[in-house]
Design a protein around this ligand. Structure first.
Ligand SMILES: [Zn+2]
Length: 124
């Protein structure tokens, strides 16, 4: 992949990273605000626990996305970005456009998903 395209995907990733970082902050804040209201207005522990749980879960899911972006940026530094981690073929740029954090081309992604169901493929 040439430097110009790499730069393009890097910008996509950095934009996503900023958006998700913002989102984690506002999602967690919103959920924690609910949690605080619950404490003030009632002693309903189950509602408080639920809100806390939501805050944590939102954070976890977004953190995974942020980790994926971090790894993609790392692969860029290493020069392996846009190369399928399984078959070493270049990943279709249209796929990267839609999913800049893609580690595998469509064929390998499908093979991995059908091979081990809900388990994530090994990192890198
Ligand atoms: Zn592949």
């Amino acid at each position: 992949m040439d430097a110009e395209k790499l730069k393009h995907f890097q910008n996509l990733l950095l934009t996503q990273l900023r958006q998700y970082t913002e989102q984690i902050r506002s999602d967690q804040q919103a959920a924690l605000d609910l949690y605080d209201d619950g404490v003030k207005d009632s002693v309903d522990l189950s509602v408080q626990d639920l809100n806390k749980e939501i805050a944590l879960r939102l954070g976890e899911r977004s953190s995974q996305v942020v980790a994926d972006i971090d790894q993609a940026l790392l692969r860029m530094k290493e020069g392996s970005y846009g190369i399928c981690a399984r078959c070493s073929q270049p990943i279709d740029e249209r796929r990267l456009e839609a999913l800049p954090t893609a580690r595998y081309d469509a064929v390998c992604q499908a093979a991995i998903e059908s091979a081990d169901g809900e388990e994530d493929p090994p990192t890198l």
